[in-house]
Design a protein around this ligand. Structure first.
Ligand code: ZN
Length: 455
């Protein structure tokens, strides 16, 4: 059987990624929306991809052809360009990739889709031409500026989603668009199985009254170990001020959750220590069920009855996911956020008797570093402890507060405890909790950023 005529023996392919610019300085945005800032998506800290995981695969065999060793490669550091008529963009030039002779078509997997567990979405499947060196330009764009972008940059056409188009000149150059909608397809949506794997059921404990933490702070058990513990744990509610009073979740589908795991979790109070068995799949279920079919920017409140905590996604918390896409919904954005981020935040809040937490960002495709793009980041803007009358906004007074100790107010000291809890949590990347005071890095003046462990 004849095979393809290969006239070039060594084919090289280079990818260059141009990250989305800020909407505020983007003339293409104002051409479309004028002075209306409600459509802003790329705000505050423009997109960049340094250290984003990726692999290149043979489309047909799914075999990884790059890197040739190691699980994945990471995007290199950035340079900048302002040559695309829409403001300043970060640019990442990947090393040239040798295409083995037997490979006809290649594709990328990026972000959390680059991990072996996932690799669900082949990005830009493309037949490699018989050319010594092909260069591919990927432009990260809001979905709504595609027409403007080709017009201002003299490009022949809008590429169909997830395809590459040849440039008019120079030869052997191609381009594709990375919109918010394509980012959604690339990014892994956490399943019940992922949640159970990443956040196994366990018990957490706290001082029954607000104050010092009991020891040990957190004990994780396999679910079967809960049976005897829970039998003993079904004691009447404590009459302490922080006794569990919320309703009990019925649990999730029997197909994915063993019955024992979804049994009611009631607190056990021994002396001054209160312990509760947490089934994270059931506990996080209200979060992942929120915002179905909605693209609303309004605040969204989610009750976590098993822990007695109210989570609020503040107004515009998901604006980057929504406004850079045509179709992404609130629920789709939330479902791309690692369960470890929510589990860590809720665990720390519960242990400190915090009953309200406000969030300003979770998964987002086109803003800031790789962390939120991979679903590993969660931003907290305020918290409340109703019993102690603490209502604290995580916002410094300016540059002078950066990298200084937390405020001495009761709220500031509560934040200090929250920060300490998060930094020793099993779900988080220690050292990668950023605040407007301690461990400040750009741009964390108005929130605390939590980084969860990746896969
Ligand atoms: Zn963040």
């Amino acid at each position: 059987m004849p095979t393809q005529q290969v006239t070039v023996t060594d084919r090289l392919v280079s990818f260059v990624f141009y990250c989305a610019p800020l909407d505020r300085y983007n003339g293409m945005y104002s051409d479309l929306h004028g002075l209306d800032t409600s459509k802003y998506g790329v705000t505050d800290s423009a997109s960049y991809l340094t250290r984003l995981p990726f692999v290149v695969v043979d489309v047909d065999t799914k075999k990884v052809i790059y890197p040739t060793s190691g699980a994945y490669k990471e995007f290199p550091g950035r340079t900048y360009t302002s040559a695309l008529h829409d403001g300043k963009r970060s640019v990442h030039s990947l090393d040239a990739i040798h295409i083995p002779d037997e490979v006809k078509r290649i594709a990328l997997h990026i972000a959390n889709d680059a991990f072996r567990y996932h690799r669900n979405f082949q990005l830009y499947p493309w037949t490699v031409p018989d050319a010594a060196h092909s260069k591919i330009h990927i432009f990260e764009l809001r979905s709504d500026v595609q027409n403007k972008f080709i017009e201002k940059n003299n490009l022949p056409s809008i590429p169909s989603e997830n395809t590459l188009v040849v440039k008019s000149a120079p030869t052997n150059e191609y381009y594709g668009f990375l919109t918010g909608d394509l980012w959604r397809k690339v990014s892994h949506e956490y399943t019940d199985a992922d949640i159970s794997r990443l956040c196994p059921s366990g018990t957490i404990s706290r001082n029954a009254l607000a104050g010092d933490m009991p020891h040990p702070q957190v004990a994780a058990h396999p679910s079967h170990a809960l049976v005897p513990a829970m039998t003993n744990a079904v004691t009447p509610h404590s009459d302490g001020p922080h006794a569990y009073v919320g309703p009990v979740l019925g649990g999730s589908s029997p197909a994915s959750v063993p019955a024992v795991v979804s049994a009611p979790a009631l607190p056990q109070v021994t002396g001054s220590v209160e312990t509760i068995a947490v089934d994270w799949l059931a506990t996080l279920a209200p979060i992942y069920a929120a915002g179905a079919g909605s693209r609303s920017m309004a605040p969204l409140t989610v009750e976590i009855p098993t822990l007695g905590i109210t989570l609020t996604f503040i107004g515009r918390a998901l604006a980057n996911a929504i406004n850079t896409s045509d179709n992404t919904t609130i629920q789709q954005a939330i479902k791309r956020t690692s369960p470890r981020t929510f589990a860590a935040a809720l665990k720390a809040a519960w242990r400190l008797h915090i009953d309200k937490l406000s969030l300003s960002s979770s998964w987002r495709p086109m803003l800031g570093s790789r962390l939120h793009k991979m679903g590993d980041g969660l931003d907290v803007t305020s918290f409340e402890d109703s019993l102690e009358h603490i209502d604290f906004t995580i916002h410094n007074h300016g540059a002078g507060d950066r990298n200084l100790p937390f405020p001495t107010s009761s709220g500031g000291q509560k934040l200090a405890k929250l920060y300490a809890e998060l930094n020793r949590d099993s779900e988080t990347l220690h050292g990668a909790i950023y605040t407007p005071w301690l461990n400040w890095v750009e741009p964390h003046d108005t929130h605390m950023h939590i980084t969860a462990k990746g896969e």
